[in-house]
Design a protein around this ligand. Structure first.
Ligand SMILES: [Zn+2]
Length: 215
């Protein structure tokens, strides 16, 4: 089997992300650079907890032609390819519908990263990519225009997120860091807008039970 090691690493990555709630059901997908020409990509519509290395597709980066794999590549392969073509130092790209950061995509604004450590991982600003339907060339084109060399995380309007890193581990860290920064952003917004309105106390209490830490 071609690139069996990298394909197994994609399986392990997806199991890890699924077990921690970043990949829910078949939502989300990942790509891992194999070499200068090839990438390993998750297949379309599969339960990541039952996926095997043979299910993971090997795709040519230049034209998205499938070279090996038992299934069809993810419909978002083009989106990952845009990122991996433009950022040669990036080796792993992760698209998720992770709950908190995905909720923030409804706000339609970029996320300004405030913590120094998080800035090192994500960049100073997480851009907001405009909405286009999933799995389309239109969305991949929108991503292409948004890619920046100093940003390792992107919000995709009304959809989910795209994170990347020079290794699997650093891409996972970007996913985790983005989720915690998104939570801080939501808490701050709730505190700013809700604390002067006593009639919202019940609602705020319920939100606090979910998000925690809102003063
Ligand atoms: Zn998606």
């Amino acid at each position: 089997m071609l690139a069996s090691n990298q394909r197994q690493r994609v399986v392990d990555l997806c199991v890890d992300l699924s077990q921690r709630g970043f990949l829910a059901g078949t939502g989300g997908n990942v790509a891992l650079r194999i070499d200068a020409e090839l990438i390993a990509v998750t297949p379309s519509a599969i339960d990541y907890l039952s996926m095997t290395a043979a299910d993971v597709c090997v795709v040519r980066l230049s034209d998205l032609e499938k070279v090996d794999g038992q299934r069809d590549p993810s419909v978002e392969t083009g989106l990952h390819a845009q990122l991996l073509r433009q950022r040669p130092e990036v080796n792993c790209s992760i698209h998720t519908h992770q709950p908190i950061a995905s909720a923030c995509t409804l706000l339609g604004k970029p996320l300004h990263v405030t913590e120094a450590k998080a800035r090192q991982r994500l960049g100073r600003r997480v851009p907001m990519i405009g909405y286009m339907p999933s799995g389309t060339g239109l969305l991949a084109g929108m991503v292409k225009r948004a890619i920046r060399s100093d940003s390792n995380a992107y919000l995709m309007r009304n959809h989910g997120v795209l994170c990347c890193g020079d290794s699997i581990e650093s891409a996972i860290e970007a996913v985790e860091t983005l989720e915690s920064q998104a939570l801080a952003w939501l808490r701050k917004g709730m505190s700013t807008h809700a604390h002067n309105h006593p009639e919202q106390a019940d609602t705020l209490q319920r939100v606090r039970a979910v998000l925690g830490g809102i003063s």
